[in-house]
Design a protein around this ligand. Structure first.
Ligand SMILES: [Ca+2]
Length: 242
């Protein structure tokens, strides 16, 4: 019985979010697997692309207390175009199971670096978000004509509830190198603006985001703009040497 209680306590500890500072939260490490796809995009007419490899080793969010407009606390993944974007996919999970949450979905042009101008934004509702490490994929319609580099992403409107009680976006830490980004607000303890999520949560190869396109000329080409490596944060150094 003692061993059972100890194991239960350990599992509870592993499942609890780990705050690297006051604002960034994660659910892993673990092995997140997608068990369901929600949405009814006409997949046979579209080309789909994602950088993730089918397993998610972690899941991230920014605490509701720091989320700010226009999309500080958002996440994005870059892709190669030109293309006619017709939809996007988001891989989400949660800490305790979430009934629903309102989110904003985006398509951005290329900025310097990472996402630039907004070319599409649509509100969406994500429902029945499973408990980590179960992951659900949501397919949504969103339309935009984009150039050689573009980005799709998600932001959680703090007025409609938020992290850590809504959703975490799944992250691939050992798949192919994609183009992962997160938008960091002023005074969050990291460089401000679009940054590599690796500087916050550790090595991240791609975010749980995919894109559906029509007439894709360059889809699948790596955008080639992975953020430059940053020096590890003090929190990461402590993790390594503790
Ligand atoms: Ca993986």
């Amino acid at each position: 019985m003692r061993r059972t209680n100890s194991l239960a306590a350990l599992l509870l500890l592993l499942a609890a979010p780990i705050a690297a500072d006051q604002s960034c939260v994660q659910l892993g490490p673990g092995t997140g697997l997608c068990s369901e796809i929600q949405g009814d995009l006409p997949r046979e007419d579209l080309v789909y692309w994602e950088s993730c490899d089918g397993t998610f080793e972690n899941a991230y969010c920014w605490d509701i207390l720091v989320l700010e407009e226009p999309y500080y606390g958002g996440f994005a993944e870059g892709f190669g175009g030109p293309a006619e974007v017709a939809g996007m996919r988001i891989y989400l999970t949660s800490m305790e199971g979430t009934a629903s949450d309102d989110v904003d979905l985006y398509v951005w042009t290329a900025g310097i670096p990472g996402p630039g101008a907004v070319v599409a934004v649509v509100p969406a509702v994500v429902e029945s978000i499973p408990v980590w490490p179960d992951v659900v994929a949501y397919d949504f319609d969103i339309s935009a004509d984009v150039g050689n580099r573009f980005y799709v992403g998600i932001w959680d409107d703090p007025e409609q509830g938020g992290c850590p009680w809504s959703w975490f976006i799944a992250a691939d830490q050992n798949g192919p190198l994609g183009s992962p980004w997160t938008c960091i607000g002023p005074d969050w303890g990291y460089p401000t603006g679009w940054q590599d999520p690796s500087i916050v949560w550790g090595s991240t190869n791609s975010m749980g985001l995919g894109v559906y396109v029509r007439g894709a000329a360059g889809i699948g080409d790596h955008p080639g703009d992975r953020p430059a490596p940053h020096a590890p944060t003090w929190g990461q150094i402590k993790t390594v040497f503790s």
